[in-house]
Design a protein around this ligand. Sequence first.
Ligand SMILES: NC(=O)c1ccc[n+]([C@@H]2O[C@H](COP(=O)([O-])OP(=O)(O)OC[C@H]3O[C@@H](n4cnc5c(N)ncnc54)[C@H](O)[C@@H]3O)[C@@H](O)[C@H]2O)c1
Length: 357
Amino acid sequence: MGAFERTVLVTGGSGFIGSHLVCSLVCGHPDWRIINLDSLDYCCSPRSLRSVEDRSNYTFFQGDVCDSSTLDHIFSTHNIDVVFHLAARTHVESSFQNPSSFQWVNVEGTRTLLRAAQRARHRPQRFLYISTDEVYGASTNWVFDECSEAQERLQTSATNAGERRFQACSRGSGLKAGSDGLCLCFQLPVIITRSNNVYGPRQHTEKVIPRFLRLLQQNNKCTIQGTVPKSRHFLFVSDAIDAFLLLLEKGDVGEVYNVGSGCEVPILQLAQELVKMVKNVPDSEVDEWLQFVPDRPQVELRYPITSEKLQRLGWGAQVSWAEGIRQTVRWYQDNPDFWTEEPTNAPPPDSGGRPAD
Ligand SMILES: NC(=O)c1ccc[n+]([C@@H]2O[C@H](COP(=O)([O-])OP(=O)(O)OC[C@H]3O[C@@H](n4cnc5c(N)ncnc54)[C@H](O)[C@@H]3O)[C@@H](O)[C@H]2O)c1
């Protein structure tokens, strides 16, 4: 243990973003010990970490972030210097169907982890909480910076305040907003990131880009929820990881940092682009691969954020949308069975063919 310069605990390290973060840390810092705590929920595949699982600086614990005895064991047997907290329930559709499990993992799990870190004999020097731009709520034309209030406190429509409009979002994002506040209440060196929709290889097929790709690969149409024109800002996963690692070294404790690419893509356009890339059809036939389905209970049109605070530290998105989506499509074409060959725990009930964020 003493041979390592730093010991880093990543919760949710087997998930989409977590596995990219773990791989980057394990390979980029052979002198750091990287510990991954993950319950191995249905949304992760053991194959995501196959490239690092035999490395001497990587350790995996299968366990629940809500279980204080597991956390106490990790903190008492390893001198954890840094925590990246990513473990969460993340599927928007499921947050409508099963809100209590979201509350349990996303809020109680965060609280349990914070408590364990606070009572550790060797307290972490940094605790990075990976949150989301959805905590601001949706806005049609107001751009959120880190001083904008998270949606839990502003669920009103302030029509007199110019065009500013806040809306309640999914229960999942409301709970993330609550957890952001929780983190800042503890006597720990916390830094919070709020990022756009992250995309790239190995993301579970319940999320919008891989879901569209899977449908098309199976010769099905892309199902688009509702007819209201929604858009999302997309951030390639390596740019998200770069931001987290920069903030570990240069971020100020107690601060929130938005991580946004500035790349906004309407969902309809996304589907059309993917149809062209996967099906290779002429423009005149693209719409034949689209199907409109009923919308979900709450509709969030867009989540615009500014990331100037992070950019002042030297971060900028390096991967263009054209390049990121090309790499992503190619990965799903090269790995069509990644999510079907080795199913982990049972997935939640089918959401009726709807795409999700
Ligand atoms: N994907 C995005 O677009 C995005 C954007 C902004 C923020 N985030 C945040 O980043 C984090 C990771 O997101 P992701 O997309 O990689 O999600 P993911 O669903 O792919 O991964 C979540 C991971 O958490 C693990 N997990 C769930 N419950 C757990 C528990 N009780 N104990 C231990 N592990 C548990 C799962 O097994 C999984 O490996 C989440 O906190 C999410 O809110 C994601």
